[in-house]
Every structure is written in C-alpha cells, then in structure tokens.
Design a protein. Structure first.
Length: 286
C-alpha cells in the first residue's frame, strides 16, 4: 500500500508515522472510503509527546500526527465563535473536528423544545467552517426512545443542519435499550443519522455495532476493562483494524476516549500503524 509523509517537522519521531496515500478515484471506482482516527480532546500525554512536533500548542502538535479530534468541552460549556475559528485556523486543511452537542440539549432538555439552543450552538460551531465533522449526540443512559420526541428533535436539527456534505454528519450515541430496535434504526436512516458503535457497549449488546445511516460509521472506544482508564492491547487493535477494513461506510471515524491515563493517543497511533500494515487499499488521510 503506497504511503506518503504527513508533512511533519523533520527530526521528530512523528515523521515516521505515515499516512496512507489516497486512491485516485477513477470512473466507476466506488472504493473512496475515508478513515479518520483521533482522540477525545487533544491534550498530549507525556509518554506519547515524543511522537509529535516539539513546538506549537497541543492542538497544533496533535493535528500533525492525527487527522481528527473529538471536542467534548462543548458538552459542558459554550465557546465563542472566535474560539472555533481559531481552532480551525491552526490546523491543516484536511484536519476535521467532531463536536459533542451541549448537555443543555441532550441531558437537561432531553431533546425537547430545544430549537433555540440548537440555533445558538450552530451559530457558534460554524466558526469551524469546512473543518466541522460529525456532531456527536450522546444521550443520557435513562433516556428512553419516544418516537414523537425523536421525530421532532431530528426534524429540527436537520432543518438547521442538513445533510449536504461531510459537515452535515450526525452520530447518535444512545445508551438505553429502547433505542436498539429495527424500528428506531429505520427512523435514524430516514434522517441520515448514524448510530455510534461503542466499546464497551452501553444499554444493549447491539451498541457495539454501528447502526442507523450506513454512510457514516462512528466508533467510540472508551477503554476496557476500566472505562476511560484502560489501554487497548495490541491484539485488540489488530482485530479492530480488520473490523475497520471490513466496514463499507463511505467515512469512518475512530475516536479513542480512554484519556484518563493518556492511553488514547498511544492507541490511536497504534491503530494507524495496524491499518497501514494490513495491505489494504482503504485510506487514512490527513
């Protein structure tokens, strides 16, 4: 599989982490799948910092070794539009951000009557412009599926955030068993919303597999056996790399959320190496 340098600073260890060369799309070529690998947040832990350039902010350095990150701080508090714009400016052209929806929408309002909150959120987050990737909608564990409520929420969010490009991606992470049915899956597909594949699964064993709209596959790896703390071992990552290769979604995001002891960064880099060593034609791009 052809590879090319990521355009990183010379003399740094991260220069050895290569990116898979994108395939040239020919007439009739349907294998144009994209794989993005990143972490929840962009703090660089000390044990993995040597893989990244020495100069720059943590975000600038992180963006030289990974091709995406998931912003979780937006769940807890709003950011001014100029902050989103600054983050977009200091990252490479093909870098992307996924953004977690505020808890005021998902946990306080529990998806009900939140049109004004959504509008405010979009006015701010659109400062990322073309670097905005999927929106992550993580639901409270006790929030059951209510078809009327879901239909109203999905209609509102799609009116404000239509699926017209990669910037229209939405990934839903439900954590109650009532969301993991064929009927709910049909609703998600009708609104072009993907269901997150989570490890470990919450709410149902079905949570470990992707669902909903098939064009986007969004993996969230929280760590096992201890959520947020445990590292994934090489055997798991090799098996997971094969699972990624076999997934047919047009775009895949793999986000490591086992950040408490800094393992997410190392696991993301290990997965990149595992995918590049697999001899497949799929692409991870920066």
């Amino acid at each position: 599989m052809p590879i090319k340098p990521c355009g990183l600073e010379r003399g740094t260890a991260v220069a050895a982490i290569s990116c898979v060369e994108p395939k040239m799309k020919k007439s009739g070529d349907t294998d144009s799948r994209m794989i993005r690998i990143g972490t929840a947040g962009w703090t660089l832990p000390r044990q993995h910092a040597h893989h990244f350039p020495e100069s720059g902010t943590h975000l600038e350095r992180c963006a030289q070794g990974l091709n995406c990150v998931e912003i979780n701080s937006s769940f807890h508090r709003p950011h001014q539009r100029k902050t989103w714009e600054r983050w977009a400016r200091c990252t490479p052209p093909e870098f992307r951000f996924s953004v977690k929806l505020p808890k005021a929408i998902t946990h306080t309002a529990q998806l009900a009557n939140c049109g004004a909150l959504l509008q405010q959120f979009f006015e701010e987050v659109r400062g990322l412009e073309e670097k905005l990737g999927p929106l992550l909608v993580q639901l409270p564990p006790k929030l059951e599926f209510d078809e009327g409520l879901a239909q109203d929420f999905f209609t509102t969010i799609r009116e404000l955030h239509p699926q017209e490009s990669q910037s229209g991606f939405i990934a839903l992470e439900p954590r109650h068993a009532s969301w993991f049915t064929a009927a709910v899956n049909r609703v998600l597909r009708s609104f072009e919303i993907a269901r997150v594949a989570a490890d470990p699964p919450r709410g149902s064993p079905a949570a470990e597999a992707p669902g909903g709209w098939p064009r986007l596959c969004y993996w969230r790896l929280h760590g096992q056996p201890r959520t947020y703390y445990s590292a994934y071992d090489p055997a798991f990552l090799r098996e997971f790399a094969q699972k990624v290769r076999e997934t047919s979604s047009a775009e895949q995001w793999v986000i490591f959320d086992n950040t408490a002891l800094g393992h997410a960064t190392g696991n993301a880099l290990e997965l990149m190496r595992a995918l590049q060593g697999g001899g497949e034609s799929r692409r991870t791009r920066r």
